[in-house]
Design a protein around this ligand. Sequence first.
Ligand code: ASP
Length: 292
Amino acid sequence: MAEIRVMRDDLRPPDPPARRHLISIGDLDRDDVERLLATARSFARSLEREMKKLPTLRGRTVVNVFYESSTRTSSSFELAAKRLSADTMSIKAAGSSVDKGESLKDTALTLAAYDPDVIVLRHPQIGAPQLVARVTEAHIVNAGDGKHQHPTQALLDLYTIQEEFGRVEGLHVAIVGDVLHSRVARSNIQALLLLGARVTLVAPPPLLPRGIEELGCETSTDIRTIQGADVVYVLRMQQERMQEGASYVPSLREYTARWGVTPERLRPGQKVMHPGPMNRGVEIDPVVADSA
Ligand code: ASP
């Protein structure tokens, strides 16, 4: 009779899937993005029902930790986790032990004791999400780290564009304003290119990061370039991230005069987007901000 030999490895259960994070759009491929957009679409449909709650994250714990001011991102994450039935906890740096000098690592270790499944983190320092990923077992979602990345903003923007135009591929998107300090711009450039859009950055020369074209986008310093785009994506002047004492534009008034997005600089049929918060009358004319 033939001898049956069972190898030890055959008895071992398959390894659980590797813990995945959402830290940078650079970690995703086109399939990942398309799958996320399709999932978002099915969740959006569920919001049309009277009973909006889904059981998807029942029994899971989501901790939102925000070290920087935020309205849209923090409330969106909190409501989304609640709508998916997760247990949620939200911590803002102001009023927490961070005020008492606690380091990010120690805060993360304290939170790890609650065994969270997901930690959503916004932090002014580039690389903060990787640090929290190293010292906890949670899946980390980057809700903005310094001027580096804001991947969920980019995914949301792709979703919006796809809902409006029915596609992203082949569209021309102009991103206008303070690209240098914008994590939204970095994530959006990568995400739009991944889905086959053409991207042109329009800004005063000091606000265009050197070598950014290597990502595969075009650049222009002439605001008239935006006329050729299907989508005009407007960025705020992010004064809080500017180097102290550095002057990027002669004045905000001059910036508005030369690069502000006004009705005269747009053509009918274009879609204007802004991640918020808007500074009306600076990067965007109030008439444009309030238009359909
Ligand atoms: N809300 C976006 C961010 O967190 C854009 C901005 O602040 O201008 O980066």
